[in-house]
Design a protein around this ligand. Structure first.
Ligand code: RBV
Length: 527
């Protein structure tokens, strides 16, 4: 059996909801005298939209509360915001619907947002990432959480749906999202509510890609703050956080030895960089595949072999997709892999590894334990697939550690304060938090080797050509070369280092909305 399915809680009692509304809120919990019972809200989306509720042992919520207390200590940024803004309640009046992994770290953020005055309803952006003991502890604290580990896709959507209307019947007026899951549903199903939504904040790279597509097609109806691209988010959580939690996920899923293995990382963005560093720190030989010449060159300069997936698939023991794109590891690659290769995805979608192909082509699927399956292939070999191809660090382990998430979630909280207190000042679009750290490029003068200076001076030459051939088009001011030229410089240096670049397929190009010839990253991207 593939690793999806039931919550670990035992079977439950079905119960119709008194007011016919199929969501359960804090008021109902209190009315029904259940506030002191450890609960997790569980639904059966079919069966006449009846609500089911599970009562687990008191100890589950208690262990969740202990984990939350431990996380608080490791989240000084979020706790500081709780202390500073708790007394003035700047989020009073906010009905915040959130959709983000229900982990201990998210729990600390949720309780902080509540302390700042927001009313909250929450679902999980991934069917496998909810930590049930955290959900139970938050529910016990009176927070409306609609999430459990092992949701089906249908249940996940149902859970998100429960966060649209609040206890008093009023709809959400703010969104906190991860992967654009909730924002998409609001735009598709509740577009009439968007006029009263003062804004949303988005956590992750893949969500920003989806938002940019919405914006491009003129369908985005609310202002969104791009939390992912705050320096203190993408340069920390994505990099250091994923580096640590990837290894945690691989270990918990497979117990495999990393030292001595060949690890192939598909994508050398912030996440790929962190993954490469920790895997290599564990003694793995790391190979990178890339479609972006700048990231490819960075990987080579960091000491990694860079080649195509078509070549790397024959060599690797462990594969990690880290792109936010789609269909990176496909059937043709899987059939070339060594026996018992481990296929991990740390992107937030489920299509980076072609799981559909695996399911259709495996001659046998062997479940090893929850979230770990072995797919036996027609060629006599097999591959190990943790987390059904979903995000491994949050599905097989507990996600990024608290300390790094304190950075990300401080940005989330500040984004929510910014959007609410400056209501109307952010136009519809995708914004970056103001006053985030600026990347300062300290250039070096003497002594740099020719190869690296070849990059710099290629840029100088291109700059001179640009200024002269477009005379008058550059106003007085300081300009940056167009990204395409920057990429050209990188391309000019690849062959010398024997770097082979992958090419975006038409599907991938459409999926991430990037032309196969670049530019590959938005202008604000900081490599
Ligand atoms: N992420 N959250 C956790 N422990 O709560 N770990 C990772 C956690 C977030 C991270 O910010 C990333 O951008 C997102 O999950 C992908 O869904």
């Amino acid at each position: 059996m593939p690793a999806t399915g039931q919550s670990h809680f035992s079977e439950i009692q079905s119960k119709s909801v008194p007011n016919g509304n199929d969501s359960l809120n804090e008021e109902q919990i209190q009315q029904e005298g259940l506030e002191d019972v450890t609960t997790s809200l569980i639904s059966i989306p079919t069966a006449g939209r009846r609500f089911c509720r599970q009562f687990s042992e008191q100890s589950v919520a208690e262990s969740g509360r202990k984990a939350l207390s431990m996380a608080e200590v490791e989240m000084p940024g979020v706790m500081r915001l709780r202390k500073i803004y708790g007394p003035t309640k700047p989020l009073k009046g906010v009905r915040l619907a959130g959709c983000l992994h229900v982990t201990a770290q998210t729990g600390v953020m949720i309780e902080t947002l509540r302390e700042l005055g927001a009313e909250i309803r929450w679902s999980c952006c991934n069917p496998l990432s909810t930590q049930d003991h955290i959900a139970a502890a938050l529910v016990k604290a009176g927070i409306a959480i609609f999430a459990w580990k092992g949701e089906t896709e249908e249940e996940k959507l149902w859970c998100i749906d429960q966060t649209i209307y609040f206890a008093n019947g009023e709809p959400l007026n703010a969104i906190l999202d991860d992967g654009c899951n909730l924002t998409r549903i609001v735009h598709e199903k509740y577009l009439h509510l968007t006029h009263a939504i003062h804004g949303g904040s988005e956590e992750t790279t893949a969500g920003i890609t989806k938002l940019r597509k919405l914006l491009k097609s003129k369908k985005l109806s609310i202002p969104v703050i791009n939390v992912n691209d705050s320096v203190t988010k993408s340069k920390f959580d994505n990099n250091y956080g994923c580096g640590e939690s990837l290894v945690d996920g691989i270990k918990r899923a497979t117990d495999t030895m990393i030292g001595g293995k060949t690890a192939v990382i598909i994508g050398y963005g912030n996440v790929g960089k962190g993954c490469a560093k920790t895997l290599s720190g564990h003694g793995a030989k790391v190979i990178i595949t890339e479609i972006d010449p700048i990231c490819a060159l960075q990987a080579a300069m960091d000491g990694y072999q860079v080649t195509t997936i078509a070549e790397a698939c024959k060599i690797g023991h462990i594969f990690v997709t880290a792109t936010g794109s789609t269909e990176l590891i496909r059937g043709e690659h899987i059939m070339e892999m060594r026996d018992m290769a481990i296929l991990c995805n740390i992107g937030s979608g489920q299509t980076e590894i072609d799981v559909v192909w695996l399911k259709a082509n495996a001659i046998k699927i062997e479940n090893v334990k929850p979230q770990v399956d072995i797919y036996h292939l027609p060629n006599g070999r097999a591959v190990i697939l943790p987390a059904d191809g979903r995000v491994i660090n949050l599905s097989c382990a507990h996600g990024n550690p608290s300390f790094v998430m304190s950075n990300s979630f401080s940005n989330q909280i500040l984004a929510q304060i910014e959007l609410f207190t400056k209501k109307g000042q952010y136009p519809i679009g995708i914004h970056i938090l103001p006053a985030d750290g600026r990347v300062i490029n300290l250039s070096c003068a003497h002594g740099n080797p020719s190869f690296v200076m070849s990059n710099s001076f290629s840029n100088q030459i291109l700059a001179q050509i640009e200024l002269f051939t477009k005379k008058g088009q550059y106003p007085i001011g300081i300009h940056i070369l167009p990204k395409t030229l920057d990429e050209e410089v990188a391309i000019a240096h690849l062959e010398y280092l024997g770097i082979k670049l992958d090419k975006l397929t038409p599907t991938q190009s459409a999926y991430i909305d990037v032309h196969p010839d670049g530019p590959f990253k938005p202008i604000y991207y900081r490599y």
